[in-house]
Write a protein that binds this ligand. Sequence first.
Ligand code: RIB
Length: 305
Amino acid sequence: MRSMKSPRVTVVGSANVDLTFRTTNLPKPGETAFGTDFFQGFGGKGANQAVAAARLGANVAFVAKVGDDEYGQAIRRQLETEGINLDYLGIDGERPTGIAAILVDAQGENVIVGVPGANLGLTPADVVAAGDLLRRSRIVLAPCETTIETLTEAFAIAHAAGVMCILNPAPARELPEELLKNIDLCVPNESELRTLTSRPTETLEEIAIAANWLRERGPKHVIVTLGSRGALIVGAEGSTHVPGNSVRAIDTSGAGDAFCGALATYLADGDSLHEAARKANVVASISVTRAGTQASFPRQAEIAN
Ligand code: RIB
């Protein structure tokens, strides 16, 4: 067990085993496609974000559930090697470990089907049990692959203690007022923002309008990730575009998680939103040049930030 020194970043979220299939073109409904490659790796948006942060040197804790099976044991071992505090990585005796099928095409674009399994076994009572850990964090970060009730409880505890709460609304789902009011920073991509707001998100102007609609419901800031176009930071002070980095993408899966984990790390270090987003963009753009999700995330030593 790791020391109980305060984690700078605590991730409340999901852990999966990822089964990645590469194919030239993604099959359409009813089609069968020849694949070009297959590999198994570790994923889940929460675990990915925790690993991205840990590889950049953050002191990270992970609050989640895996199944009582071989995949769950393998995930635990993997996260231990990353030096992540797993005091609150529980076991769900009923459900299997979460699993995801990821299809990646020749351009690096992906589609994902995740079966959450044990991730849905993380209950509000589990995060209450982790309350001290949440309160001692500098930042609590969560994607939306656990139940909304659990996320709402985690953010209520952290926010009441003055801890910065970052929500990555992926996959996009309806967010209740009790959760929205405790979000300091919301980090959707363009399509998640469109789903959350039912507003167009084609141009930067439309994205800023949709992000402000979201801000009026709680989050103080919204950072919209735009893939190769970078990110748009939207707050009461206006909106700022952080340009993207030009790279040759081979696999974009997990890039949003790399961005969120890096963003939380740099914010916990005291960077401004703009500087943290700029550096997180660099981390995400390195990740898309490599295959896999966690397997693609860089360590701080590889980054010229
Ligand atoms: O964001 C990528 C992640 O989404 C994958 O690792 C997969 O497990 C799903 O959770």
